[in-house]
Design a binder for this molecule. Structure first.
Ligand code: FE2
Ligand code: FE2
Length: 203
């Protein structure tokens, strides 16, 4: 793996003594609004949070775990707006100083293995990585469709993925890699995003 300026150069995050310690919905939204002034980025973070929550719910996980998945999604890019050169070091250190559950922190730290040098290990890590780029891509596609998410099909998304000029900033490599690491076929993952993302609460 080549070196990258955003490499975290560490493999342990948070403290296991803090397992189960999560931010309240209000604390998380306050942090989001204080740190992220870019509305489009907020939309992205809320959409990823929604997908994470929907996925954890689909697995039948309990309330605390579902909330952990949601928070990892909601805060994964919290420092990208104001401190892009410290992404995602700054949010990790903030959550560590607040003694937040290490599993949430680790998921955030591994949401871009090529960029941060941290491998996704847990299911939550892997799903955050898998949803991150795909979520933004499907959102971009919804914006160019007159009916948005309504009637959207997997094959339409796949066609756009092959068109390298469409949403060119989305790394096709990461989309593919995310699906492989999650062990979920790309078609299935796309269908999950199509079926769930339109319902995300963007407030
Ligand atoms: Fe990110
Ligand atoms: Fe992201």
């Amino acid at each position: 793996m080549e070196n990258n300026p955003l490499f975290l150069n560490r493999s342990s995050f948070g403290n296991t003594l803090h397992i189960g310690n999560i931010l309240s919905e209000k604390e998380a939204k306050t942090l989001l609004n204080d740190w992220v002034k870019n509305d489009k980025l907020q939309v992205h973070m809320k959409q990823v949070a929604h997908l994470m929550k929907a996925f954890a719910n689909s697995k039948g996980y309990g309330e605390l775990i579902v909330q952990k998945w949601y928070l990892a999604g909601l805060l994964h890019d919290a420092d990208w707006d104001q401190w892009p050169d410290q992404h995602c070091k700054k949010i990790i250190e903030e959550l560590e100083s607040r003694q937040i559950d290490p599993e949430i922190i680790r998921a955030i730290a591994s949401h871009g293995p090529r960029y941060f040098g941290v491998e996704p290990i847990s299911e939550m890590d892997k799903m955050l990585y898998a949803f991150d780029e795909l979520s933004g891509f499907v959102h971009a596609y919804s914006l160019m469709r007159p009916e948005g998410y309504l009637g959207m099909e997997v094959k339409g998304v796949k066609k756009r993925l092959k068109d390298k000029t469409f949403a060119a900033q989305v790394s096709r490599e990461d989309v593919q890699d995310g699906s492989e690491r999650a062990g979920i076929p790309l078609e299935e993952l796309i269908q999950f995003v199509i079926s769930n993302q339109g319902d995300a609460d963007l407030n």
